[in-house]
Structures are given as structure tokens and as C-alpha cells.
Ligand binder design. Structure first.
Ligand code: SAH
Length: 213
């Protein structure tokens, strides 16, 4: 599969849809306009790749809906050169968007098949995350902490303490929390001990799983 002018046209249309749905961050919109989403999906879904929908990927997981990727990225407010920890690499699509926002991206995935896929696919398409890790995102990556931004792309039952501890002071974490449907939570670290918590609407993600389930 290649990235043709037809795909580029469909991406421009997708970006216009996201604008209409309320996404205003131009850097986020430009990243979505640039990443060939169809190259992160099964070839069977190629013609659907620029619909604003989630689709199945390997290991019974999903590639997030473009609106969700844009919404989470906008809420995260990534600045050039910041270190960003992503939990749930999945297809690697959101990882690619984060690298285009200028972040040093560390991303963890617990499904080996998806980890292998993104290890191959991201560099092949020219995206260079700092580190892709096969493991349990509930633990974070203490050896690379603190992170300026933390983005969780699976539904957690609570905000994991280990991740809060790895957030830099002044840093932002975006995490969907809840069983079934999730509330989009933004945690801002005010000081070593204080966090501000904001709620930003309801979404639906695949569950964030631990080693035990
Ligand atoms: N950003 C991805 C979203 C994939 S869905 C994309 O758009 O393609 C969420 C991903 O989180 C799944 O791939 C799932 O395997 C992964 N995941 C779930 N629990 C996890 C955990 N504890 N640690 C790391 N990854 C996890």
C-alpha cells in the first residue's frame, strides 16, 4: 500500500470534519492531515481509514477514532522537545501523531503482536519514537521519568499511582477512566503532592489490562 493523492484528499476531508466537531489546535490538525492512517490498518480497511471511526486491529484491539486521537492530543498540549509517555501503542498511529508534535515519545504496549507491528511500521514510515516498550503500562517507565506529558489510550479503572508519580511538576496526564464507558480525565501536577483533576466528557476505549487479566 502507498500514500496516494486520493488518500491525501480523504485526509483533508477528515481534518475538516474534526474542525466541525470542535478540534481547534492547528498543530494537531496538521499532524492528522499528515499521518497516513490507512498504513496503520489492515489492508481490508483501507477504503474506510479516513472515516472518523475506530477499527479493529490485531490482538482484538482497536485503532482509536481520529476524533479521539485529536481530542486527547489537544488536551495534552504537547510542546516541542517534551518527553511524552504513551500507554497503549496499539497500531502506532497516535504515536506517529505525537512524534509530529515534536515530542520525544516513549510508548508501551502489552500485546506482543502489536509491539512487533509498530516496531516495524513506525520507522518504515519515517516516524522515530525514542522508545517502544513491550510491557505493562500500569508500571510506567520509572527509568525514563519524569515525563512532561502522559497519555493513556486504553480505559483504566482508576488513575494509576505509578503514572502520577512519573509526571513532571507542571505536567499533564490525559487518561480515560471507567468501566464500560470512560470519562476523559486531565490530571495537572501542581506540585510534588498536589494534582488538579478535570473531566472532559465521555468516551469508549478498549480496557487497560494488567498482567493478571
Ligand atoms: N493508540 C492506539 C490505541 C490502541 S487501543 C491506536 O490508536 O492504535 C489501546 C491499546 O492499549 C491496545 O493496543 C492494548 O493492547 C493496549 N493496552 C491495554 N492495557 C495496557 C497496559 N496495561 N499496558 C500497555 N498497553 C496496554
Amino acid at each position: 500500500m502507498i500514500d496516494s493523492t486520493k488518500h491525501q484528499g480523504m485526509r483533508r476531508h477528515l481534518v475538516e470534519q474534526l474542525r466541525k466537531k470542535g478540534i481547534t489546535d492547528e498543530e494537531v490538525l496538521s499532524a492528522i492531515g499528515s499521518v497516513p492512517r490507512h498504513l496503520f490498518m489492515d489492508s481490508g480497511f483501507e477504503s474506510h481509514a479516513y472515516q472518523d471511526k475506530a477499527f479493529p486491529i490485531a490482538a482484538e484491539q482497536t485503532i482509536s477514532q481520529p476524533y479521539t486521537v485529536a481530542f486527547q492530543s489537544q488536551l495534552l498540549q504537547v510542546e516541542q522537545g517534551q518527553s511524552v509517555l504513551e500507554i497503549g501503542t496499539g497500531s502506532g498511529y497516535q504515536t506517529a501523531v505525537l512524534t509530529l508534535l515534536g515530542a520525544d515519545v516513549y510508548s508501551i504496549e502489552r500485546q506482543h503482536q502489536l509491539y512487533r507491528y509498530s516496531m516495524r511500521q513506525l520507522p518504515k514510515l519515517g516516524y522515530r519514537p525514542k522508545k517502544l516498550v513491550f510491557g505493562d503500562g500500569y508500571k510506567g517507565l520509572p527509568e525514563f521519568a519524569p515525563f512532561d506529558r502522559i497519555l493513556v489510550t486504553a480505559g483504566a479503572t482508576e488513575v494509576p499511582k505509578a503514572l502520577l508519580n512519573q509526571l513532571a511538576i507542571g505536567g499533564r496526564m490525559v487518561i480515560p477512566v471507567g468501566a464500560g464507558t470512560q470519562e476523559m480525565i486531565l490530571m495537572v501536577r501542581i506540585s510534588a503532592k498536589e494534582f488538579e483533576k478535570q473531566k472532559h466528557g465521555t468516551f469508549r476505549f478498549v480496557p487497560m489490562l494488567t498482567d493478571k487479566n
